[in-house]
Every structure is written in C-alpha cells, then in structure tokens.
Design a protein around this ligand. Structure first.
Ligand code: NI
Length: 136
C-alpha cells in the first residue's frame, strides 16, 4: 500500500543561471528572473510504499516520518532564500525541478533503514506547477 503525507513550507528564489547571459536568463525565466526574487508556498508530498503490519495495522509511523521530513526538509528550506541559504543552489538555479531532486536526494540519503521504502516525492510550486520524482 502507498501512503502519502503532505507538508508545506515557504521559500523565496530567483531563477537565474550563471551559464546563461542576462538576456537569455530574462528570455527563459521571464519575471522569475527579477533580481528581487519572489516567494512560493510549496506543498511537498512524500509517498512511501510498504506492507500493512499485521500487529499495528499501519504502513509507517507518521510521527517518525514527520521527524525525518522536519530534519531533512523543513528546517533546511522553510522561510529560506533558496539561492543564498541552500548550498546546492550556489551552482544550479533553484528551479522547482532542481528543488525536487535536492529534496529527494536528502531524504534518500537519510532514510531510516527501518522505514518502508520511499516511493515518490511531489512538489506543488503553485496550483498549476507540479513536479514529481520517483525514488528507486
Ligand atoms: Ni518561482
């Protein structure tokens, strides 16, 4: 069975790639390239897949899951400037594509061995922009 839990965090970013000219940055990122940046209220969904334990009737302890997500995601990203506060985004632009990969990597690297496997993470940047990565 798959179990998904939803979290939220707020962060700001400016989309800008050092590998592109200023003109190319404006062309590709549009208003998201504005030097002053802008914020999003991101929604993060974390999905695990595992068997329902016969004794407890649950797949994963949600309080334990919350603690992992708090440590690996919320304390690192909530109310942060993604460009300046997250080391990974010193070299790659903090698009939500890259944010999804970064969060996936952090969760995967610190996933408790006793947990059922991490199946997927999904980030809603806005109601219309949704990013998802499977974990294998
Ligand atoms: Ni944005």
């Amino acid at each position: 069975m798959k179990v998904t839990r939803r979290y939220s965090f707020s962060a700001s970013h400016r989309l800008h790639s050092a590998q592109l000219s200023d003109e190319q940055n404006r062309e590709i990122f549009g208003k998201c390239n504005n030097p002053f940046g802008h914020g999003h209220n991101y929604i993060l969904e974390v999905t695990v897949r595992g068997a329902v334990a016969p004794d407890t009737g649950i797949v994963v302890n949600l309080q334990s899951l919350d603690q992992v997500v708090r440590d690996q995601v919320l304390t690192r990203y909530d109310h942060r400037n993604l460009n300046s506060d997250v080391p990974a985004f010193a070299t790659v632009p903090p698009t939500t594509e890259n944010l999804t990969t970064e969060i996936r990597n952090g969760l995967r690297a610190n996933w408790p061995p006793a947990f059922p496997p991490l199946e997927r993470i999904r980030i809603y940047e806005t109601d219309r922009n949704i990013f998802e990565e499977s974990v294998s």
